[in-house]
Design a binder for this molecule. Structure first.
Ligand code: 13P
Length: 253
């Protein structure tokens, strides 16, 4: 029996003007009805967070940022801090997305600093990890995941567990249409949960949600969500259209 409430999150990446983001938020607000047994999160670009927060007022849909800096304020041109995100009504912050690691030089250390800054500001963390195709083909998947998890969780204790969500996003599955098979995803998730149990204990490991991300669509969400250690989805492309994200949130058990 799972004690973990499924979490379905839409990562809007670098998409939408404010007006477009608000229109999608309004569509989701009226179109999603399943909130009693699942949590729904959207991560708009920074520029649209405030307007989406207003559009979602009164709705249980929660807001996430896609990234943040680790200092609260200061001379850090172009950065956005956790207190600023709290001020906008964010509940979560995503850290360590593979696009940040690939294109913006993020390391396990910088990802960890961001995670700790979010937690220190009472924001929950969605920590993304995942192997590249090259690493998978070299048989290094589990080693890479262990390393990213160790680095990302450095200095975090059991007291942070209820504010922590993991997202397993194999890089080769992101935006490619090549979803991991439910078995491949389950294998990685079970490995991660075992790793969490070693780091914390079984009870804590069983309480932490592990999302799958990488070409999740209405057509494959049900079989992914049927896996025992898949507790939700982090959805990119298929979260940009109301009907498709609503169907994903409405996955069938
Ligand atoms: P896609 O769903 O477009 O593959 O993106 C996944 C992702 O990166 C979510 O963070």
């Amino acid at each position: 029996m799972s004690v973990r409430m499924p979490l379905m999150a839409g990562n809007w990446k670098m998409h939408f003007t404010v007006a477009e983001a608000v229109a999608l938020a309004e569509e989701l607000k009226t179109g999603i009805s399943r909130f009693d047994d699942r949590e729904v999160v959207v991560a708009p670009p920074f520029t649209a967070i405030a307007a989406v927060a207003s559009a979602l007022a009164g709705s249980p849909i929660r807001l996430s940022a896609q990234n943040c800096y680790w200092e609260n304020q200061g001379a850090f041109t172009g950065e956005v801090s956790p207190p600023m995100l709290r001020d906008l009504g964010c509940h979560y912050g995503i850290v360590g997305h593979s696009e940040r690691r690939q294109f913006f030089g993020e390391t396990n250390e910088s990802v960890n600093r961001r995670a700790r800054a979010l937690l220190a500001n009472n924001l929950a963390v969605i920590l993304c990890i995942g192997e590249t195709l090259e690493e998978r083909e070299a048989g290094k998947t589990l080693d890479v995941l262990a390393e990213q998890l160790k680095g990302g969780l450095e200095g975090l204790g059991e007291e942070h567990a209820d504010q922590l969500v993991l997202a397993y996003e194999p890089v080769w599955a992101i935006g490619t249409g090549h979803t991991a098979t439910p078995e491949q995803a389950q294998e990685a998730h079970a490995f991660l949960r075992g790793n969490l149990a070693e780091r914390f204990n079984n009870t804590v490991a069983n309480s932490i949600r592990i999302l799958y991300g990488g070409s999740v669509k209405p057509e494959n969400v049900d079989e992914l969500m049927a896996q025992p250690d898949i507790d939700g989805a982090l959805v990119g492309g298929a979260s940009l259209k109301g009907a498709s994200f609503i169907r994903i949130v409405d996955f069938e058990e």
